[in-house]
Design a protein around this ligand. Sequence first.
Ligand code: FE2
Length: 279
Amino acid sequence: MSSHKIRNVSRFIQGEETSDGAGVKLKRMIGTSELNFLDPFLLLDEFKNENPDDYIAGFPSHPHRGFETVTYLLAGRMRHRDSNGNEGLLTPGAVQWMTAGKGIIHSEMPEMEDGLIWGYQLWVNLPSSLKMSEPKYQDIPPEEIPVFKSDGIEVVVIAGSCEGVNGAANTSIPIYYLDVKLEKNRTFQMEIPQDMNSLIHMIEGEAWIGTDRVQAKQGDLAVLDSGEFAQIKTDAGARFLLLAARPIEEPVARGGPFVMNTREEIIQAFRDYESGNFA
Ligand code: FE2
């Protein structure tokens, strides 16, 4: 492998139209049979809707244990409440980084604004040493998320860093979560530690990824191969999420809203939840 290797696309993921919560329609890009897991990313959903009937019920009270949920809202609002007495309202550009740890029960209720709700939910696994940690969350309003700007390139640094700008979220494991906007005829290049898994989700526009000049179009999820740099080039302009994180490399046992290391721990999570001994 040559030095300064640029990451190319290893595969494209179509995603699956599905529904969750009380029938909320969404596109699941990680967490399906097509791509079950990209360590440490357990799930990536895009919710985007202009039909109010799809969102009336939202995600009523439900538990989580053993991982983190990260919600990034582009449009609309999301009201959340949890079993620790926390409550908040996400507005466009806001992030909620919620560490379920040993257990939390929360509700997430989307509200349309100007006929639109649009955002992403990512599930990030926790290493076994943190799965039973105290739950916590970070509600980060848009004005508190640092932005790197340079000649037609704008990067919202939700987590990790970009060109010396440090991200807003404190994360449990090393992770990059960037929202990158490129004006036409721009190239974005960024160093990513070689041992991290990485992906790009094209929010808007089209861009060429890597040295193979493979084109990603709006809605595409591209999993990248290994290398030292991500390189994305656009002719007409593009906006995309760039996610990268160090794999945890532990066994994963899933059971609905719980993600642990073993089947026994999942059974225990259901027991704790059903007995009211949870959060
Ligand atoms: Fe949730």
